[in-house]
Design a protein around this ligand. Structure first.
Ligand SMILES: [Zn+2]
Length: 200
């Protein structure tokens, strides 16, 4: 599983500070699983991850690596990212699960937009194709989970309307979409609205 993890990490603690929004996390994961926007691909690799900002900080709770296919998460499937450095491609976390390989992409959203409280990364090939270069899109040369992706996200916040549209397509990560909002509900609603508009 670690071959998909591209950052280096420091483990702050095995115990994770409890997280009162796990019920909300699971509620939106269930909807995303039903729509097959998160899950397990044909090679058995879990995809898709969710996060929620940790209070007034730029840190966050995120689903653990390789949990994409699990129907229900417990606290042990989540990690609390308590520090990170984009240039060093490094983060520190609490919990027994390794944070998602896309953690630094989520971090870049929180660092770029103080109003973003939740981030959803999912895969949807149809929506992805519709958004590609029509909506804020990260460079095709940039792979997921890399420091370059984090700086791509920061660049999109400077030069595109991503802050108001709240969605971006990852050209270098097939099917990869990131949506965010003031809570999981808003990120989910953005995703559903874009999916509807994509078919019209
Ligand atoms: Zn992905």
């Amino acid at each position: 599983m670690s071959e998909y993890i591209k950052f280096t990490w420091e483990h702050a603690a095995t115990e994770i500070t409890p997280f009162h929004r796990l019920t909300e996390f699971n509620a939106y994961r269930r909807k995303l699983l039903q729509l097959r926007l998160i899950g397990v691909d044909a090679n058995g690799i879990g995809f898709g991850n969710l996060s929620i900002r940790d209070g007034a900080t730029n840190n966050f709770y995120i689903t653990g690596s390789a949990t994409g296919g699990k129907p229900e998460l417990t606290l042990a499937d989540c990690a609390r990212v308590v520090a990170y450095d984009f240039e060093k491609n490094w983060l520190r976390y609490e919990g027994s699960a390794i944070p998602s390989s896309e953690s630094l992409t989520h971090a870049a959203i929180y660092a770029s937009d103080a109003k973003a409280e939740s981030v959803i990364h999912c895969h949807d090939s149809k929506l992805w194709a519709a958004l590609l270069n029509q909506a804020p899109t990260s460079s095709k040369a940039v792979d997921y989970g890399t420091p370059e992706m984090a700086s791509e996200v920061a660049r999109l916040f400077k030069i595109t309307g991503v802050q108001s549209r709240k969605i971006l397509a990852m050209a270098g990560h097939e099917g990869g979409i990131v949506a965010f909002g003031k809570d999981l509900e808003e990120a989910f609603v953005v995703l559903m609205r874009e999916r509807r508009e994509g078919v019209e």
